[in-house]
Structures are given as structure tokens and as C-alpha cells.
Design a protein around this ligand. Structure first.
Ligand SMILES: [Zn+2]
Length: 250
């Protein structure tokens, strides 16, 4: 009963303005940033933390983000590199439902979706300022099977803990992976985007509650320090290039 392998699945890249990466900090310049998801092979199942973006959806609704994604960078292409097919994925855990974290779920209709219930509600009935972020609702079908993420900490499976980290969105969760004799791995999704924003405690321009977002950032920083965890930054191209990419695993 434990985590066997962890892969980072490349989903391609997008462009946003630096002033959206670091809210109210300095002037803006376009920045190309990576998008990826995390595949966890566990004795209880094959789990995917987020699922990247869908190029066609971004081209339709957010073409200004200049999506780059090859066939190999889609969820089926990435799973194949790891020796799996889409129907092997038993559950998707969504840190949140922004389009660049759920777009690959169009390929995973049979997987159970684990998400915060309020997050789903905001996605389906967004405020105006959230509308573009929640542009992809493909995961929500009449036959979708949901399990709700509830409370400060969810003991998802042996070695996988999900931590409530709201603010970027209303129901945002981070993932901590712990294995005997190995450095814990902390995936804090969009609590913050880059090494620069992690170091300076800056949050992204996209948020539901900036104060809660900052509190979540301080919480995961403290946890990472206390556990001496390796922090995986979500949207930092330099950091991404230093990580192992599928088919190489952790
Ligand atoms: Zn987001």
C-alpha cells in the first residue's frame, strides 16, 4: 500500500503577462510558462493530479495565451510514454478547475473526479472575473462521478495527502507525497507560480481571495521547510526544465 512511481506529464506551454504571474508587482512582459500534471502509480490505483490544458479549447476561448502543445503532449500521448492508456487512470484529483488544470479530462471519462464542491460550483456559475479561467468544463458530464475534497487535510491514500490551500480559487488543494527514505514532494499547484513568486511571497493576478491566497502560500512554505520537502513549482519554465519529465520518473 504505497506510492510506487511519480511522473510529471508535459502539457505544453502558454503565454501570460508577468503582471498576472506576480500581482501588482512591477511592469508586465509576456512570459511563456509550462503546464504539467502529475501521474501517481499507487497500489490503490493510478491517480492523476490535474490534467493540463486542451489546445483546441484555449485556441477558441483564450487564443491570446498562444498555446503550444504537440500530440505527444496530450494526456493520451503522455500516458503512453509511461506505459499506460487513458482507461487505466482510476481517479483525477483537481487542485482546482482552471482550464489549464482540467482540460485533459476529456480523455478520461471513466475516472472519478476528486474536487472541492464549492470549486465545482464556482466553475459552473463563475463570477465575471473568474469566467475565462473556468473556460473548460469538459470534465462535467451527465455521467461524471465525483468525490468531494473536504476539510483542511484529506488522507487520500497511503503516502498521498491533500491540503486545503484556498485563495487562488475558492476550493484549491495542494498535494504532498511522502515515501519512506525519500524527500517528500510538494505540489502546490497555483498557490504561487514561480520561484520568484515563491521566494517573495507574491501571488498571481488570478485569484478569488488574495488574502486567503497569501495565507495558503505561507502555510505551504512553512510545511515545505518543516518537512524539508522538494517543492514543485507549477508554472516556472526554468524550474520545469530542471525536473524529470515522463517517461523518467521519481
Ligand atoms: Zn489556476
Amino acid at each position: 500500500m504505497s506510492v510506487k512511481n511519480v511522473w510529471l506529464l508535459d502539457s505544453g506551454s502558454l503565454v501570460i503577462d508577468h503582471s498576472h504571474i506576480a500581482w501588482n508587482i512591477g511592469p508586465g512582459d509576456p512570459v511563456r510558462f509550462p503546464v504539467y500534471s502529475v501521474l501517481v502509480e499507487h497500489s490503490d490505483g493510478l491517480f492523476l493530479f490535474d490534467s493540463g490544458f486542451d489546445k483546441g479549447t484555449v485556441e477558441e476561448f483564450l487564443a491570446f495565451e498562444l498555446p503550444e502543445q504537440t500530440e505527444e503532449q496530450t494526456i493520451p500521448g503522455q500516458l503512453e510514454k509511461c506505459g499506460f492508456k487513458p482507461s487505466d487512470v482510476t481517479a483525477v484529483i483537481n487542485s482546482h478547475l482552471h482550464f489549464d488544470h482540467c482540460g485533459g479530462q476529456r480523455h478520461l471519462p471513466d475516472a472519478t473526479t476528486w474536487v472541492d464542491r464549492d470549486e465545482l460550483r464556482h466553475c459552473l456559475v463563475p463570477e465575471g472575473f473568474e469566467r475565462l479561467g473556468y473556460a473548460d468544463k469538459v470534465f462535467h458530464r451527465p455521467d461524471s462521478t465525483y468525490r468531494w475534497l473536504e476539510g483542511e487535510e484529506v488522507d487520500f491514500a497511503d503516502g498521498i495527502r491533500l491540503l486545503r490551500t484556498p485563495g487562488h480559487t475558492v476550493g484549491h488543494y495542494s498535494m504532498l507525497i511522502e515515501r519512506d527514505g525519500q524527500k517528500p514532494m510538494l505540489f502546490c499547484a497555483d498557490v504561487t507560480y514561480t520561484q520568484e513568486t515563491w521566494d517573495n511571497e507574491w501571488i498571481a493576478g488570478f485569484h478569488n481571495d488574495p488574502t486567503a491566497n497569501l495565507e495558503s502560500l505561507r502555510k505551504v512554505k512553512h510545511l515545505a521547510e518543516r518537512l524539508d520537502a522538494q517543492v514543485f513549482l507549477t508554472h516556472d519554465m526554468n524550474a520545469w526544465e530542471s525536473y524529470r519529465h515522463a517517461p523518467d520518473s521519481y
